[in-house]
Design a protein around this ligand. Structure first.
Ligand SMILES: Nc1ncnc2c1ncn2[C@@H]1O[C@H](COP(=O)(O)OP(=O)(O)OP(=O)(O)O)[C@@H](O)[C@H]1O
Length: 329
């Protein structure tokens, strides 16, 4: 059964992209087959996955607006996750979609042929509630809302949840909030602690606030610059383990799991989409995943800062080096 999850918050810079990237990597580490969809014309997810948005020959824009088959622009990342990439072309889509028939269902149509290949599809939305985000909400089962532990961060969420309510009524009755994820938590400041408490109090009664809290850490920016999830870039850092736990939490709360009740999924269901997990327990699978990733990219300290070519053709790496040290912020 494929799970389609949108990471949304119309407030910018709350770690939507970072959350998609790292949850996707954590799920892949657990043996899941994962597709990420970059639905932000800024192309941040594409860039943070190691691809240069400006070099793309085709992108989500072509899939949405020109019915291009996803195979034409589907990319395989170095960390075992597939990606439908985007760039500035997608900014045209918002306007062009206005005149299209079934304009809120274009993403669902683009993803439909891919559903039987993946266990998880994670959509990174742009910081707005325009037609692209509505498309994402219309084609997913669940929404994860990252909320930064900062002043004013609560305000936008109400508007998002109201929009979700309208989408539920008109387009997708299965839509629900799977969780609110506190992000960018600075353990050193009282302000962050108070903001976290505010998030928990404000939303806790009506919506599930996930028990995980993503710490603020420079490793995230460094990893994005290297075109990798933090799980691969800095395996020992605190943020890594938190995103693993978030991924586990999402698996526990996924539609169809006993904990959540058998909520019907969005789009169409094509039977079990994930293959059998690799043998061994969680630790073995995580090790196997890391070895696969490291084997592909080589020592990560030597990665170029701005990879400009598709990872398939990557020559990143080199002799010596080794992984950046985890844990020391
Ligand atoms: N836990 C964290 N600690 C420190 N920096 C972080 C963390 N999470 C994300 N960042 C950094 O914050 C910036 C914004 O993150 P990100 O792009 O994930 O947010 P976003 O919500 O997707 O932004 P936008 O709304 O612009 O698409 C990036 O530079 C990212 O590397």
């Amino acid at each position: 059964m494929v799970r389609v999850l949108t990471v949304a918050n119309q407030k910018g810079g709350v770690a939507k992209t970072t959350t998609v990237l790292n949850v996707a990597a954590a799920l892949a580490e657990m043996g899941e087959r994962v597709l990420m969809v970059d639905l932000d014309p800024q192309g941040s997810l594409t860039l943070a996955s190691g691809f240069a948005p400006d070099d793309l020959e085709a992108s989500v824009y072509d899939g949405l607006m020109k019915d291009a088959a996803a195979e034409r622009f589907l990319l395989s990342t170095r960390f075992g996750v597939d990606l439908l990439p985007s760039n500035m072309d997608l900014s045209l889509a918002e306007m062009e979609l206005m005149n299209m028939v079934a304009r809120e269902r274009r993403i669902g149509a683009m993803l439909a042929p891919l559903l039987d290949r993946y266990g998880w599809i994670l959509i990174d939305s742009q910081p707005s509630l325009g037609l692209l985000t509505v498309n994402a909400l219309a084609s997913c089962d669940q929404v994860l809302i990252p909320v930064a532990c900062e002043f004013l961060s609560l305000r936008g969420v109400e508007v998002l949840i109201r929009t979700m309510g309208k989408v539920r009524v008109r387009l997708n009755s299965r839509l629900r909030v799977v969780g609110i994820l506190p992000t960018l938590y600075d353990t050193r400041t009282r302000h962050a602690r108070e903001s976290l408490e505010a998030v928990q109090q404000h939303f806790g009664r009506e919506y599930p606030v996930l028990p995980q809290v993503v710490p603020r850490s420079i490793r995230f920016s460094e990893a994005a610059q290297a075109g990798l999830p933090i799980l691969a870039f800095s395996p020992g850092s605190p943020g890594t383990e938190v995103y693993r736990e978030v991924a586990l939490e999402l698996k526990r709360r996924a539609p169809g799991t006993p904990e959540e009740g058998a909520a019907p999924g969005a789009l169409r269901r094509l039977g079990p989409a994930t293959g059998p997990p690799p043998p061994g327990g969680r630790e073995d699978r995580a090790r196997a995943w890391r070895e696969r990733v490291w084997g592909t990219v080589g020592p990560m300290r030597n990665l170029p800062l701005r990879p400009s070519r598709a990872p398939g053709s990557s020559t990143a790496g080199g002799e010596g080096g080794g992984l950046p040290e985890g844990g020391s912020e």
